[in-house]
Design a protein around this ligand. Structure first.
Ligand code: ARG
Length: 475
């Protein structure tokens, strides 16, 4: 070989070595080494595919597969070797080729016949995203189990439901917990969508135009566990929608975690005191000895920024790229890897913090017992007595105003005063006006009545089991 150092993948047409700073700038091995197990799997499938088309003899396939096994084993057990050998590798593809050449001599160069790093990187990355999505799905299902566990443990505890952060109507704590669970179950669906979008094999697309050796693309896809092949070679090397879908799923999870975190930060404050956070997931202050801070939830809320950032980063990288492979696409990996790791950690911490949280039943009950929360029930009572709702709303407003004027709780207003505001108020009014009755009345599917919540728990468990039986969720 002439030109550049002969262990580069592309030295032939160059006279001079690259600028050292630029060379370091363009290398990706430091982060794409994470693709190594997938690269080796793809190499194995490719080696096998080269035999029926007459590029490899059966003996050459055997030698190549054995060498790939050796490289794979060494990489798994000897990270110092990966560091030192990889120091001169441009990327993960170059790394494996160099290692193969060291094992096999010139035969090691033959594996790259008819293929391009453009299709390799897309294939490796898709395989990683499929595995990554399954891993996060397992984390989500554990968090969902923790939410369900707490909902069951606190099934009949009432709390003050709020809108606009104002006390609104009584709800069950279990209903509140299930609301978060529904959001996380939607995230499972998003992860499945991301995995389905990654599930197409680009191998055989070449650098952009396809493969001229008649390679069996379906056989390669099958060997790698893909259920289909990509439909257009140009699209295959430039498509990163599967990565966007995965990042969107991660951003959704992080956003939902952040909202859960916000609820718990507020509930742990002295004003609410609805929850006691576990010591294991709280920190103290270096200055104020009494402090117990909800840092686990605050960090979960805080880290959400970088997950959203990763999604926006890739969208921005892709915007305006011409079709086909561009080197910009190398920027697709680092932020996704980091976002995946972070969300995995966030789920883990959220699950632990949630499972160890104690709910302060007396505080929750006291808040739910604020008579103002029953004002809507009074309007509903009048509706049952034949008063149109708008009028009923107005009557209850007047009742509230009168009680305020007398300086008493509106539920203590004497019957004669009620009657003078509306004759529709009868003897059964005050007996039926309580938190338990208000809760019981909300007996629609999806409502907060105890029976409805019980049904919702088993329904959610069923949907979760249906999903996780596919991924084999184990703690
Ligand atoms: N390291 C590259 C990436 O991550 C691999 C593909 C390089 N292709 C190329 N034509 N330079 O995208």
């Amino acid at each position: 070989m002439t030109g550049r150092k002969d262990d580069r993948l592309w030295g032939g047409r160059f006279e001079r070595e690259p600028n050292a700073h630029f060379d370091a700038f363009q290398r990706s091995f430091l982060f794409d080494r994470r693709l190594l197990p997938y690269e080796i799997a793809v190499d194995r499938a490719w080696a096998k595919a080269l035999e029926p088309v007459g590029i490899f003899s059966p003996a050459e396939v055997k030698l190549t597969l054995a060498a790939l096994d050796k490289v794979s084993r060494r990489a798994e057990t000897d990270s110092a070797w990966v560091d030192s050998f990889g120091a001169n590798a441009e990327d993960v593809h170059h790394f494996v080729e160099k290692a193969l050449v060291e094992e096999l001599g010139p035969l090691g160069w033959k594996l790259h016949t008819g293929r391009s790093r453009n299709e390799l990187v897309a294939t490796d990355f898709r395989l990683l995203v499929i595995d990554a999505a399954a891993e996060i799905e397992r984390g989500l299902s554990l968090l969902l189990n923790a939410l369900l566990e707490q909902a069951k443990r606190n099934i009949n505890v009432p709390m003050a439901g709020m809108t606009h952060m104002q006390h609104a109507q009584p709800i069950l704590l279990s209903h509140f917990l299930l609301a978060h669970a529904e959001a996380f179950l939607r995230d499972v669906t998003r992860l499945e969508h991301a995995a389905a979008s990654a599930d197409a094999c680009p191998m055989g697309s070449g650098a952009l135009a396809g493969n001229s050796f008649g390679i069996d693309r379906h056989a390669i896809a099958r060997e790698l566990g893909f259920s289909r092949i990509t439909a257009n070679s140009l699209d295959a090397v430039s498509d990163r929608d599967f990565a966007l879908d995965y990042l969107f799923a991660l951003a959704g999870i992080a956003t939902h975690l952040s909202r859960l975190a916000e609820d718990f930060v507020i509930f742990a404050s002295q004003e609410f005191a609805y929850v006691v956070l576990p010591d294991e997931y709280s920190t103290g202050s270096s200055l104020m000895p009494q402090k117990k801070n909800p840092d686990s939830w605050e960090l979960i809320r805080g880290k959400t920024g970088r997950i959203t950032g990763a999604l926006l980063g890739l969208l921005t990288t892709l915007k305006g790229l011409p079709s086909s492979y561009q080197r910009d696409l190398q920027e697709d990996k680092e932020a996704l890897f980091a976002a995946h790791d972070q969300v995995g950690d966030m789920l883990h911490v959220a699950r632990g913090a949630l499972a160890g949280t104690g709910f302060q039943e007396d505080r929750l009950r006291a808040a739910a017992s604020n008579p103002l929360l029953l004002a809507t029930e009074a309007a509903d009572y009048l509706v049952h007595k034949g008063v149109p709702f708008r009028q009923a709303h107005d009557i209850v407003g007047k009742v509230l105003r009168e009680a305020e004027r007398q300086g008493i709780l509106w539920t203590e207003l004497p019957e004669k005063d009620l009657k003078s505001i509306s004759p529709a108020f009868e003897i059964d009014f005050s007996t039926g006006l309580n938190v338990a009755a208000a809760l019981k009345a909300k007996n629609v599917p999806g409502g907060t009545a105890p029976d409805a919540v019980k049904r919702a728990i088993s329904d959610l468990e069923e949907r979760l089991n249906k999903k996780t039986s596919k991924i084999g969720a184990t703690p």
